[in-house]
Design a protein around this ligand. Structure first.
Ligand code: CP3
Length: 368
């Protein structure tokens, strides 16, 4: 397949992983979570929850009180504390670094904020070629606080793996082009179809920023990375393959050989699962709309899956939660590896005690 013009925009300038700290021994390299990501035998199914570090926890609300979201993301001590809270409370098999997908874009020059109850809001959306100049290349020094937070966390976590993450080019582009969250992604799609060269140039830059951001986290010691393409499910397979896949593949393939499993997640992606598998991840995240055995048939037999309990099930009576957890575990057995998770993030109103019970149930019901 020929590459669209934006792919690898800054290739010549990016550093390689060779010889860097990326290949050092990671204490959690043989953890149940990393083994499941690689499709290796495990004693039980590992579990963690997207958005496990957040507003469902009273201890999170306490430490975040009065501190704006982006400021919290830039304070390594606070990032470390919030990242560890769900590990202490729930006994999950992995922690995800407390941050946000817009952190590297803000670090690369875009004026934005994260508004409570709304999400990321961009002061001046990107709509023209001239606007692209405001999105510069990311250097490790731009996100030194992330490097510092990971280096604080890894020794403290021992054998528990830390997951680094970033937003994928399409989902990031949507925030930058729309100026904030959008239900239809109309302006984003208008640029994609109407100004394909500008679209590919924007996604090319975003792919390089994302790749550099993930490389910083890998070099600092994370045990896995997750690429969040939360809003890609709004696209058809044909548009995804033409306008998005080459850029996400550039990120995922850029981390091949980095020594950490790569997870690729999107919401409502039933029509995209085969393409998302082709993009190059080791694990494909699946939401609750597609059973994991169906997803496995679509992503291919050599990839693990992650998911996919409906986050709303956690509001149902316990016998229903238990039945649904067991169903997800049973369907996950079709894949070479299964990491139990929700199909999307923990909702803020969730009772944290239910999450703790789900972790115990997953461990007990999957023990082999
Ligand atoms: O616990 C974790 O999963 C780690 C931390 C994390 C956050 N955001 C913290 C956060 C992660 C992995 C993200 C990723 C993220 N951010 C995504 C991809 C995952 C997904 O949910 O699809 C997206 C699309 C964003 C953008 C974003 N940031 C949204 C839509 C919101 C919610 C706005 C709101 O208040 O309802 C945010 C803010 C945000 N990111 C919060 C947290 C804990 C809430 C801020 C707060 O507590 O004040």
């Amino acid at each position: 397949m020929s590459q669209p013009p934006g792919v690898g925009a800054w290739d010549a300038m990016t550093t390689t992983m060779e010889g860097s700290a990326a290949r050092h021994e990671r204490p959690a390299a043989d953890s149940v979570f990393v083994r499941a990501c690689r499709g290796l035998p495990v004693p039980y199914t590992p579990v963690w929850f997207m958005r496990q570090a957040g507003r469902s926890l009273p201890e999170y609300r306490k430490v975040r009180a009065g501190i704006p979201m982006l400021e919290a993301c830039r304070r390594p001590d606070l990032v470390a504390e919030i990242t560890l809270q769900p590990v202490r409370r729930h006994g999950v098999d992995a922690a995800i670094l407390f941050s946000d997908i817009v952190v590297p874009v803000a670090a690369a020059g875009i004026d934005l904020d994260i508004e409570p109850g709304t999400g990321p809001v961009v002061a001046e959306p990107i709509r023209t070629e001239a606007d692209l100049d405001r999105l510069r290349r990311l250097t490790p020094a731009d996100v030194s606080y992330v490097d510092e937070a990971v280096r604080l966390l890894v020794p403290e976590m021992g054998a528990i793996p830390l997951i680094g993450f970033a937003g994928a080019p399409f989902t990031l582009a949507s925030y930058l082009v729309e100026g904030g969250p959008s239900r239809t992604h109309a302006k984003t799609k208008a640029m994609m179809w109407g100004q394909p060269e500008l679209w590919h140039a924007l996604c090319g830059r975003l792919a390089e920023i994302t790749l550099e951001f993930l490389r910083v986290q890998v070099a600092a010691g994370v045990s896995a990375v997750q690429l969040f393409d939360s809003w890609a499910g709004t696209l058809s397979d044909a548009d995804y393959r033409r306008f998005v896949l080459p850029h996400s593949a550039h990120v995922l393939k850029g981390l091949r050989g980095a020594g950490v499993p790569r997870i690729h997640f999107g919401l409502g992606t039933a029509q995209l699962l085969t393409a998302m598998g082709e993009a190059g991840a080791d694990v494909v995240g699946v939401d609750w709309r597609t059973p994991l055995d169906t997803a496995t048939a679509l992503v291919g037999p050599d990839r693990a899956v992650q998911g996919n309990l409906d986050p709303c099930v956690l509001f149902a009576p316990w016998p229903v939660v238990e039945r649904e957890v067991r169903r997800v575990l049973a369907e996950g057995r079709a894949a070479p590896g299964h990491v139990f998770n929700l199909g999307h993030g923990v909702l803020p109103e969730t009772d944290p005690e239910v999450l703790t019970r789900v972790v115990a149930l997953v461990h007990e019901a999957s023990a082999r």
